[in-house]
Design a protein around this ligand. Structure first.
Ligand code: NAD
Ligand code: DAU
Length: 349
C-alpha cells in the first residue's frame, strides 16, 4: 500500500483516519485525499498535516466525476482505496435525499468502475459503511455480519446500495474488497449537526438541547480513533471479500448521553447561574422512521483480527468535550460559516 486514495478525508472520520494513518509506523506511503468539500468537508480538519509532510496530497474533486477520478488514479498511481466520502446525516437525507443517492450510490459505483479498470495494480478497495444498513433492533439481539439488510432512512438505504455494489464487484470481477459496518462515532472534528457535538455546544451556550421523542432510542458509541484503528487493521489483515462489524459494546440511550454531557460540563465549566445544564433538555418531535436500537456484535473483528476499542465512553467523552473546549476557533468558523467562505475563496467554487 504505497498510494492510498482516501475519499472524504476532510470530513469527521476521514480526517481522523488520515491523521492516524500518517502517524502509523507501519505505513510509509502517501495519502491522496479526494474531497468535494461539501458543507461537511473542512480542510481545517487537517491543518498541520497539509503543510508538514510531502506524504499528503489534497485534490478537490467529486467522486461522481469519472474523468476527475480517473485522472487521480493515473496521476498518483493509486494502489489502494479507502472510501469514506458520503453524505452522512440522517436528518438531511429525510429532508433532501437527492445528494445521498448521487454521492453514496453513484459515487461509489464510479470509484468501483475505476478500481476495476486499474485492477492489475489495485491491492484493496476498502468501503466504510454503517450499522444503519441493518435497520432497527428491538430490545434484544445484536447486528451480526450475517444480519439481513433492512435500512430505514434514505441515508441508510443509499449506504446499503453502495455495500451491495462493493460485494457484487468482489464476486463478479474478483475486485479485492473489504467492507466495514460501524456504529456511531464521536470525537474531535465531529460536525456540530450530530447529537454529541450539538449537545456540547448548545449546552455551553445555554441553548435548548433537543432530544427526539422520549430520548429512549439506543446507539452503540465508539471513539473515532478506535474506528480508524479498526479500518486500518481490516485493510492490513482482513480477509478479502469479507465484511467486518465494528462497535464499541457501548449501548446508551440518547437521554443518558445528553445527561452525561450536561453533568461533565457542569463539573468542569459550571454555568454562571449555577443551574444544571440538564434543565436545558427539551423533548422535541421524533425523527420519522427513527430506528429504536443499534447494537453491534463485533466478535468477528475481535477474534480474527484482535481488534478491541481502547477508549471507554467515560474516557472518550471527556477527551471529546476537552477538544471542543480548546478548539473554539474551529467551532466559531463553522458556526459563522467562515470556513465555507475560505473554501470558496481558495477553490473558486
Ligand atoms: P462527514 O459528513 O463528516 O464527511 C463526509 C466527507 O465526504 C466530507 O468531507 C464531504 O465533503 C465529503 N464528500 C461528500 N460528498 C462527496 C463527493 N460527492 N465527492 C467527494 N467528497 C464528498 O461523514 P463522516 O461522519 O466522517 O462519515 C464518513 C463515512 O463513515 C461515511 O461513509 C459514513 O457513512 C461512514 N460512517 C459514519 C459513522 C458516524 O458515526 N459518523 C458511523 C459509521 C459509518
Ligand atoms: O450508526 C452509525 C450512524 O451514526 C452513521 O452511519 C451516520 O453517518 C451518523 O450520522 C450516525 O447516525 P445517527 O442518526 O445515529 O446520528 P445522530 O447524531 O444524527 O443522532 C444520534 C441519535 O440522537 C439518534 O437516535 C437521533 C438522536 N438525536 C439527534 C440529533 C441531531 C436527537 O435526539 N437530537 C438531535 O438533535
Amino acid at each position: 500500500m504505497k498510494n492510498i486514495l482516501v475519499t472524504g478525508g476532510c470530513g469527521f472520520i476521514g480526517s481522523n483516519f488520515i491523521r492516524y494513518l500518517l502517524s502509523e509506523p507501519g505505513f510509509s506511503g502517501r495519502v491522496i485525499n479526494v474531497d468535494r468539500l461539501t458543507y461537511a468537508g473542512n480542510p481545517e480538519n487537517l491543518s498541520g498535516i497539509d503543510t508538514d509532510t510531502d506524504r499528503y496530497i489534497f485534490v478537490k474533486a467529486d467522486i461522481c466525476d469519472r474523468q476527475a477520478m480517473s485522472d487521480v488514479f493515473d496521476t498518483y498511481h493509486i494502489d489502494t482505496v479507502s472510501h469514506f466520502a458520503a453524505e452522512s446525516h440522517v436528518d438531511r437525507s429525510i429532508a433532501e435525499p437527492d445528494a445521498f443517492i448521487k454521492t453514496n450510490i453513484l459515487g461509489t459505483f464510479t470509484l468501483l468502475e475505476l478500481a476495476r479498470q486499474h485492477q492489475d495494480h489495485l491491492s484493496l478497495f476498502h468501503h466504510v459503511s454503517t450499522d444503519e444498513v441493518y435497520g432497527s433492533l428491538g430490545k434484544e439481539g445484536y447486528f451480526k455480519e450475517t444480519t439481513a439488510y433492512d435500512p430505514s432512512s434514505p441515508y441508510s438505504a443509499s449506504k446499503a446500495a453502495s455495500d451491495h455494489l462493493v460485494m457484487a464487484y468482489s464476486r463478479t470481477y474478483g475486485l479485492p474488497v473489504t467492507l466495514s459496518n460501524c456504529s456511531n462515532n464521536y470525537g474531535p472534528y465531529h460536525f456540530p449537526e450530530k447529537l454529541i457535538p450539538l449537545m456540547i455546544l448548545n449546552a455551553l451556550e445555554g441553548k435548548p438541547l433537543p432530544v427526539y421523542g422520549d430520548g429512549g432510542n439506543i446507539r452503540d458509541w465508539l471513539f473515532v480513533t478506535d474506528h480508524c484503528r479498526a479500518v486500518w487493521r481490516i485493510m492490513q489483515q482482513g480477509r478479502r471479500g469479507q465484511t467486518y462489524n465494528i462497535g464499541g459494546r457501548c449501548e446508551m440511550t440518547n437521554l443518558s448521553v445528553v445527561e452525561i454531557i450536561c453533568d461533565i460540563l457542569d463539573e468542569i465549566v459550571p454555568s454562571d447561574s449555577g443551574t444544571s445544564r440538564r434543565s436545558l433538555i427539551t423533548f422535541v418531535t421524533d425523527r420519522p422512521g427513527h430506528d429504536l436500537r443499534y447494537a453491534i456484535d463485533c466478535t468477528k473483528i475481535e477474534k480474527e483480527l484482535g481488534w478491541l476499542p481502547q477508549e471507554s465512553f467515560k474516557t472518550g467523552i471527556r477527551q471529546t468535550i476537552d477538544w471542543y473546549l480548546t478548539h473554539q476557533k474551529w467551532v466559531d468558523r463553522i458556526k459563522t460559516g467562515e470556513y465555507l467562505k475560505w473554501i470558496e475563496s481558495h477553490y473558486k467554487m
